[in-house]
Design a protein around this ligand. Structure first.
Ligand SMILES: [Zn+2]
Length: 266
């Protein structure tokens, strides 16, 4: 028994695997086919990238690229749920690909074991529909943002504090829509920003924000509800509180100013 969706059909296995999506009016067979045809690049296979990539793989996003240059260490396992104790010492891209393929063998998963920088960022993201940034430093985040604007890709960006999370969707390539650099303002010094290693983090906070980043990515692909683009969701784990703030484009932004409307407003 197969359900025809356009020219392509979901196999019986596919119908079973994605049954809880397919019964949703907002997804259905066509939405599931859209997920299977979509390509997402996840920057970082760490605290955010782990749950994000797992949920995207489970959802049947047809092509996932995982970019990370690190190896698995024991102290990662408290929150980076793509990796297992047996993976310690392996490249994170290897354990990530193994975990994601084990979860969903129907999708393509590619690991790119390298550090994303200004030189390679555009070529890494160009072949994808959406960029999910779960990296842990400003230099990478700025390079991802500049490449996303240049390549005209939507950027889903999540960041963590010990008990806090931030989540935003940037469409800096569209007129009047802010990019990550607009939000950040002046470029921070290279030493700015503390890592999880320095600050500590309650692991499940990464789980919340990574899962939420996956959710926003799926909402973008499926065009469900109101996009988070141009807004930032702030999560305070100590009080289980969230709030949303509006982000404004910076008319003087060196990354997206050329793309923004003359008024610099939404
Ligand atoms: Zn900008």
């Amino acid at each position: 028994m197969q359900e025809a969706v356009g020219k392509v059909e979901l196999s019986e296995q596919g119908l079973a695997r994605y049954a809880r999506h397919i019964v949703l009016r907002d997804v259905g067979g066509p939405g599931q086919m859209r997920l299977l045809a979509s390509r997402v690049v996840v920057i970082g296979a760490g605290g955010i990238g782990s749950p994000a990539a797992l949920y995207l793989a489970a959802a049947g996003v047809g092509h996932l690229t995982i970019v990370d240059d690190d190896t698995v260490s024991l102290s990662n396992l408290q929150r980076q749920i793509l990796h297992r104790s047996a993976d310690i010492g392996r490249p994170k891209t290897n354990s990530a690909v193994d975990a994601l393929k084990a979860l969903n063998p129907d999708i393509a998963v590619v690991g790119r074991r390298l550090r994303l920088d200004a030189d390679n960022a555009r070529s890494l993201i160009a072949d994808h529909d959406i960029v999910l940034d779960g990296s842990d430093n400003f230099a990478t985040r700025l390079a991802v943002n500049a490449a996303a604007v240049a390549e005209g890709r939507t950027l889903v960006s999540a960041a963590l504090g010990p008990f806090e999370g931030q989540l935003a969707v940037f469409r800096g390539h569209l007129p009047g829509s802010p990019c990550y650099r607009c939000f950040l303002g002046a470029e921070p010094p290279p030493e700015a920003g503390q890592s999880c290693a320095e600050m500590g983090i309650l692991g499940a906070v990464a789980g919340v924000m990574g899962s939420w980043a996956a959710l926003e990515t799926l909402r973008e692909i499926l065009a469900i509800g109101d996009s988070l683009a141009g807004r930032m969701l702030l999560f305070d784990a100590r009080s289980a509180a969230t709030r949303i703030v509006r982000l404004r484009p910076d008319p003087a932004c060196p990354v997206c100013a050329g793309e923004a409307s003359p008024e610099g407003t939404r």
